[in-house]
Design a protein around this ligand. Structure first.
Ligand code: HEM
Length: 207
């Protein structure tokens, strides 16, 4: 009984820590905004920070299954859905910054950008592909789907992360080291998917 109470409390603390870690980059941006720390070009800075965190959270989401299956470390599986939803939240804020702050809702200019600038086209496509994954991560929607269809749909997160990397690569003008770093990370995570699987202890997914 006492062990169950301690376990429940430990889980609540762990869950709160994950939440805080996922929200931290956003809270830091807000703090930097309030203290005038958003550099000389605040729009570009915020846009880029949100974009890169969307990509980082996508990579973290992709890393969780290989950790569980390869190393037998299944605990993070509980938080995979939540971290994936944070990736989507950062992508939404990234898009919102572009549409509302950078472009000031100038729809003809936005549409022209989507049609003419390949990195925007790819970013937009990646975002649109991410939407069904976020929607089907809601428990009520997920329960209505067959597990096999759900898993098949959610495999799209690999091409989406790859598109995020291409989007990044195309927009960087000179030094391509950062996007290439993420290209290697996504390639390794994709390779890990095909590695022999070890049976992991089951862990319930949590919100
Ligand atoms: C899954 C979706 C997306 C991901 C993962 C993503 C990721 C990124 C990354 C990593 C950067 C560069 C950050 C840096 O330089 O440090 C970036 C920049 C940018 N992204 Fe995205 N992005 C996504 C969707 C979009 C969408 C939908 C749009 C607009 C329609 C967009 C527009 C931009 C713009 C305008 C920049 C900055 C370009 C510049 O400063 O020259 N992105 N994005």
């Amino acid at each position: 009984m006492a062990a169950a109470i301690t376990g429940g409390r430990a889980h609540r603390i762990e869950s709160a820590c994950i939440w805080i870690l996922c929200a931290a980059p956003l809270l830091l941006l807000v703090l930097q905004g309030l203290t005038g720390g958003l550099t000389a070009n605040p729009i570009e800075f915020v846009l880029r920070e949100l974009g890169v965190w969307a990509l980082r959270f996508l990579c973290i989401t992709l890393a969780i299954s290989p950790l569980a299956q390869g190393a037998g470390w299944s605990r993070p599986m509980r938080y995979r859905r939540r971290i994936g939803l944070w990736a989507f939240a950062y992508a939404c804020l990234h898009l919102l910054t572009y549409v509302a702050v950078d472009q000031e809702f100038d729809w003809p200019s936005i549409l022209k950008d989507i049609a003419k600038r390949p990195y925007i086209t790819i970013g937009m496509a990646a975002f649109l592909l991410l939407v069904p994954l976020a929607v089907t991560s809601i428990n009520r929607v997920r329960r209505k789907m067959r597990p096999r269809s759900w898993r098949r749909l959610h495999r799209a997160v690999y091409p989406i992360a790859a598109m995020g990397v291409v989007h990044y690569y195309l927009l960087v003008k000179a030094d391509h080291r950062d996007p290439l770093f993420y290209a290697v990370v996504v390639a390794l995570l994709l390779a890990a998917r095909f590695m022999p699987k070890r049976r992991a202890r089951p862990a319930r997914a949590q919100g």
